[in-house]
Design a protein around this ligand. Structure first.
Ligand code: ADP
Ligand code: MG
Ligand code: ZN
Length: 625
């Protein structure tokens, strides 16, 4: 949603270009159609021509360059060509035409190259040249209009905003939940507005601020807010716009961008997605690299070149700080790194309130409840959630967005849209119900895992069913126990399938993937395996495959890592199975409830867990149905 989109260039080919090309085409064609010149004249040999002249039948002899035309009394014509070097009369005389014969005839010598035929010849001669000139001109115009023409290759495409007091489209009030980052940028804006305040104390404000955070957390939004409120020229460009087909374009674009900004100082330069150019230099293979390095080098050079009194601040954003070149992060360049983390519960509520502004909410819409539900979601997801809720409300003809719509939208975002078209057989439905009940029961039984908020066997997206657990408080640190319990919870689905009727299905594929990833992280990143100790075993490849990078541990260690991972998974699986066996009656109650109601909410879940009649559905009977 870029409001400062480029002005649409006029790419139409002008009408007159078509006209010119048309005329040229007609003329070129006519050259072939015309055949011999002199409409209807008979072409004869020079000798025959001479004989005819001598015979005295002719009225007029027309000489036009080397072209000889004889007009008879009856109006018919013959023509011939003479040699270039000799004159027409000489030629005729040499061929035996006498003085007397020539005196009887009218002789017209016409200037060579006159008349329509000659004009045509000239036009046809220059036509191809004209053709290319016109084509060239049209292409040139188009390229110039498109803004990225050959001549403009080295010019930056940065969009300029924030001048002349135009009402800003985004202000700091539109950004919520990322207060630290907001303060940082507000300070930058402050500095540009009143540099004296800082200079008085001898402080100089950072040259570069790097916003780092996962996608959708509001980095671009923050920069746009800064643009809106700074009141100084704001040049924004995306990292990928530096990198182009033409070698050297990136570097000269950087130069151009910084030149413009310096001329307009005080100013802000915003480079979005800087990882596109700012990747660590000298790693990876492939031709694109050199070009990128040139561009990056140029950015570094330009940032070094800022004198302290140049009031230009570079703000950059990325979600891949790990791949950035260390030189970028050195003091004097992007010397401030601001983490833009996914918002906490208060932040999420604030973001929801920002986006609820233009929407009609009914009194029962509880945004703080939704904020609690949405741990891990970023600002963009929350905006999307409210929008989905609005769409759902409109679809059902509701007058306002209520809690029903909000909850439905939440599930849609977390698990994908409902798949009403997916029809499961009775047997499959039962397997899914037991699978989800297994997840839920294991999660509920573990001391450290989050309570289960909702279980459903309605297909959504790829999932046949889902179990949503909710943290009661936001966690920052996670213990080894939490990891182990979480893995057990993930494997609870598969364990229930096995215990149910002894059959296992493909339904657990995604669970297994996630469990394996967690176990791997425990071993290789967090030093949580007893055998391998505190070492980490990640091979840092900067996000892309790098053939020159060596695995940083021995082959034997790789084997051990695999063993450890398998061990963690096996123990968790056994634990899940033990838990389920112990409380199989509760599993059966949950599964029964799911088959009946398809979706169970928290109160219902607690009731079913606590007791009541257990009716385990016999395997054979059900699958026969
Ligand atoms: P990023 O650049 O970090 O990937 P964006 O800034 O493009 O994310 O965020 C996309 C959209 O999500 C924004 O336009 C805004 O509507 C919404 N959004 C994201 N974070 C926030 C936030 N902290 N406060 C308000 N809205 C947000
Ligand atoms: Mg962005
Ligand atoms: Zn599962």
């Amino acid at each position: 949603m870029d409001e400062e989109a480029d002005k649409k260039p006029n790419r139409r080919i002008p009408w007159w270009a078509f006209a010119v090309i048309g005329v040229i085409a007609v003329l070129t064609l006519s050259q072939f159609v015309r055949g011999g010149s002199g409409g209807g004249a008979e072409e004869v040999s020079l000798r025959t021509f001479a004989l005819e002249v001598q015979a005295g039948q002719a009225e007029r002899l027309i000489v036009e360059g080397d072209q000889l035309t004889l007009e008879r009394a009856d109006g018919s014509k013959i023509e011939s060509r003479k040699e270039e070097s000799t004159s027409a009369l000489e030629t005729l005389q040499q061929l035996g035409v006498t003085q007397e014969a020539l005196q009887k005839i009218e002789i017209e010598i016409e200037k060579e190259g006159s008349g329509f035929g000659a004009t045509l010849a000239v036009v046809l001669g220059i036509a191809p040249i004209l053709f290319f000139v016109v084509i060239g001109f049209v292409i040139f115009r188009q390229m110039r209009n498109s803004g990225g023409g050959l001549l403009n290759i080295g010019k930056s495409k940065a969009r300029l905003t924030g001048v002349n007091g135009v009402k800003p489209s985004v202000v700091f009030d539109d950004v919520a939940g990322i207060e630290e980052a907001k303060l940082e940028l507000q300070e930058v804006v402050e500095f540009l507005k009143t540099p004296e305040k800082f200079a008085r104390l001898g402080a100089h404000v950072p040259k570069g601020v790097l916003l780092v955070g996962p996608p959708g957390t509001g980095k671009t939004l923050l920069a746009r807010a800064a643009a809106g409120e700074s009141g100084v020229p704001f040049f924004s460009i995306s990292g990928s716009e530096f990198v182009e087909l033409f070698v050297g374009a990136g570097a000269s674009r950087v130069r151009d961008l910084f030149e413009k900004a310096k001329a307009a100082s005080p100013a802000i330069i915003f480079i979005d997605e800087i990882d596109a150019v700012g990747r660590r230099r000298g790693v990876g293979l492939g031709g694109g690299n050199d070009e990128r390095e040139q561009t990056l080098n140029q950015i570094l050079v330009e940032m070094d070149g800022f004198e302290n009194e140049t009031n230009v601040i570079v703000v950059a954003a990325t979600n891949r700080a790990d791949v950035l070149d260390p030189a970028l992060l050195r003091p004097g360049r992007f010397d401030r790194t601001v983490m833009v983390d996914p918002p906490d519960v208060a932040g999420r509520e604030a973001i929801l309130r920002v986006h609820a502004r233009g929407k009609v909410l009914s009194p029962d819409a509880d945004l703080s409840a939704i904020a609690k539900l949405t741990a891990g979601l970023a600002g963009a997801d929350l905006e999307n959630l409210l929008n989905e809720a609005g769409i759902l409300a409109a679809r059902t003809g509701a007058s306002a967005i209520g809690s029903k719509e909000l909850n439905a939208a939440f599930e849609r975002i977390v698990a994908g849209p409902e798949r009403t078209s997916r029809v499961l057989s009775a047997g499959e439905r039962r397997i899914v119900a037991y699978h989800e009940a297994g997840h839920a029961l294991v999660m509920e039984s573990m001391p450290n895992t989050d309570p289960v908020h909702k279980i459903s066997i309605i297909s959504r997206g790829k999932a046949l069913g889902y179990t949503i657990s909710l943290p009661e408080t936001e966690r920052v640190l996670r213990s080894k126990e939490t990891f182990e319990e979480e893995i057990a919870g993930l494997l609870g689905g598969r364990a229930a399938e096995e215990l149910n009727c002894g059959g296992i299905t493909t339904g657990a594929a995604n669970d297994l993937e996630r469990a394996t990833a967690l176990a791997r992280a425990m071993v290789t990143q967090y030093g949580m395996s007893d055998e391998l100790g505190l070492r980490t075993f990640t091979s840092n490849t900067n996000g892309f495959p790098d053939w020159t990078q060596r695995q940083e541990y021995a082959e034997g260690t790789a084997l051990k890592i695999d063993e450890q991972i398998s061990g963690i998974l096996e123990r968790a699986y056994e634990r899940a199975k033990a838990t389920l066996t112990e409380r199989w009656d509760a599993v059966a109650r949950l599964a029964g409830g799911l088959l009946e109601q398809e979706t169970l909410e928290r109160p219902e879940i607690t009731r079913l867990l606590d007791g009541g009649a257990s009716a385990d559905i016999p395997c054979l009977e059900e699958s026969a149905a």
